[in-house]
Design a binder for this molecule. Structure first.
Ligand code: F6P
Ligand code: MG
Length: 480
């Protein structure tokens, strides 16, 4: 977090005009309540499993060991519920943020920052810091319990939402199969290559409109209206800043420079949400690999359950298996398209062309101007500086890129990303706007959006910025 006085201040949870206000007071409590429910459900299922085990009596194995482990899980689950309920109470009653007890490096780093900028209370703290702190706290309750270390309290929601996205999934898998055929049988002209790059970026961008941390009040049925080609087309005019051409030119130049000497082109994805968004990202990834625009793609998920729907390493493999599972996507007429899609992903993964790489940095509170040789994100910088394009997905990554500060909205993107602009890292951010911080708008656009939002029947003119209806695609080549 910045201590530079020349910079604007951070968004705060007690700013009534910011989305921070309802986030901390309504969305976070509802997210924490669903965690409690989820753990309760798992405890109930574990109790049933114990009873079943007991009924089964003695087999070859000693059943008592299994029962003991399950009982341990139940007891530990109750501890998690107590801690989570306490956190919920602290949040609702605007109590202070309590330092972490663990000794992992990232936890000590959170504590150090809290000591530096604190003491803080939940409903008055800087938004980004407190939100990361909350998700890290929640994760720490699980990792402290032996039988729950890898438990994802959002997994059920992730799966349900992905199932509810089936129409978008079928449409895209079909589109991809047709395209894969064309890529095999036709020479793709430079113009179509450019258009396809645009199409798949768009798919990956608007896939971000459906993250679960925002959909606390939206039914699963509503999700499908947010997806699909028609919706994307309608949304075209809602991209407020668009540097896609520059990003494409930069990648193409790399491809053309490396082809004769046989070097490889590498693209990275700093991922956001599992389910439909990640599926849409993989369509983009398949296109990059199938069209030879890239030779390797590295995806960067989170180490801990994060902002509800973010991709964990396991979610990458789960996506492959969900796509090929006829009990997950049950409509037989789409089976071939889904299998073809999944097979390609599995093959690229097995061939080492699609890699998964994690870093503890992604679940810190640090903004991404720390991704530099002397910053908290040094290890990530060392890795990403070798990439030919780093795609940052989604709202949270974007908030961290532009540091969640109260920038005037006409601030150039490269100013807002600070040291990252000269870090050598080629940044492409695909973000549907779901939080106040926005930069890179032309003069007058903000006023137009406010007017339009009110004309659309909304009371608060500032709400356009957290509606998820507008987006930005911004690029920095890392050199100036
Ligand atoms: O804007 C609300 C919010 O919860 C932010 O806190 C967070 O940045 C975002 O939504 C999550 O969205 P995404 O999944 O696109 O990062
Ligand atoms: Mg997310």
């Amino acid at each position: 977090m910045t201590a530079d006085n020349t910079l604007p201040g951070p968004y705060l949870n007690n700013d009534k005009t910011s989305f921070a206000w309802p986030s901390a007071r309504e969305r976070w409590p509802s997210i924490i309540e669903s965690i409690i429910k989820d753990v309760q459900q798992t405890i109930e299922e574990t109790v049933l499993a114990i009873e079943k085990e007991k009924e089964a009596g003695t087999g070859n194995e000693d059943p008592s060991v299994k029962i003991l482990l399950l009982q341990e899980k139940v007891e530990e689950g109750k501890v998690i519920i107590t801690q989570t309920t306490q956190l919920l109470e602290d949040l609702k009653n605007d109590k202070p943020l309590i330092p972490f007890e663990g000794t992992e490096a990232d936890l000590l780093d959170y504590n150090k920052e809290l000591a530096r900028i604190g003491p803080l209370t939940w409903l008055t703290a800087p938004w980004l810091f407190s939100e990361c702190f909350m998700y890290r706290k929640l994760a720490s309750f699980f990792t402290a319990q032996k039988r729950w270390v890898t438990y994802d309290p959002y997994a059920r929601q992730k799966d349900d939402a992905f199932k509810a996205s089936k129409e978008g999934v079928y449409e895209l898998a079909h589109r991809y199969k047709e395209l894969a055929h064309q890529l095999k049988t036709h020479r793709i002209t430079p113009e179509s290559q450019r258009l396809l790059f645009k199409e798949f970026t768009d798919i990956s961008l608007w896939g971000n409109a459906t993250d679960l941390s925002l959909l606390t009040n939206v039914s699963l049925d509503d999700i499908k209206t947010l997806q699909g080609a028609e919706t994307r087309k309608k949304n075209e005019a809602n991209i407020l800043a668009n540097d896609l051409e520059k990003a494409y030119e930069s990648l193409l130049a790399k491809r053309e420079a490396t082809t004769p000497v046989g070097k490889t082109v590498r693209v990275d994805f700093v991922l956001d949400n599992a389910g439909f968004e990640f599926f849409a990202d993989t369509a983009f990834i398949l296109y990059l690999l199938d069209s030879n625009l890239a030779d390797t793609v590295i995806v960067h998920p989170k180490n801990y359950p994060w902002f509800v729907s973010d991709v964990l390493p396991i979610d990458v493999l789960t996506l492959f298996s969900h796509l090929s599972n006829k009990n997950f996507f049950t409509d037989a007429e789409h089976r071939d398209d889904l299998d073809a899609f999944a097979d390609r992903l599995v093959k690229y993964h097995a061939d080492g062309k699609l890699l998964i790489r994690t870093s503890p940095f992604w679940t810190t509170y640090h903004s991404f101007d720390e991704i530099r040789s002397d910053g908290a994100g040094k290890a990530v910088w060392e890795d990403l500086k070798d990439s030919d394009l780093v795609v940052f997905k989604g709202d949270l990554n974007h908030r961290k890129l532009i540091r969640d500060l109260e920038w005037p909205r006409t601030t150039p993107f490269k100013t807002a990303i600070g040291a990252l602009a000269t870090s050598g890292i080629k940044v492409l951010t695909l973000r549907t706007i779901k939080a106040d911080v926005v930069v890179g708008l032309e003069e007058g656009v903000e006023a137009e959006l406010e007017k339009k939002w009110v004309e659309m029947g909304n009371e608060n003119k500032l709400g356009w910025a957290y509606s998820g209806k507008w987006a930005v695609i911004q690029f920095s080549d890392g050199s100036n």
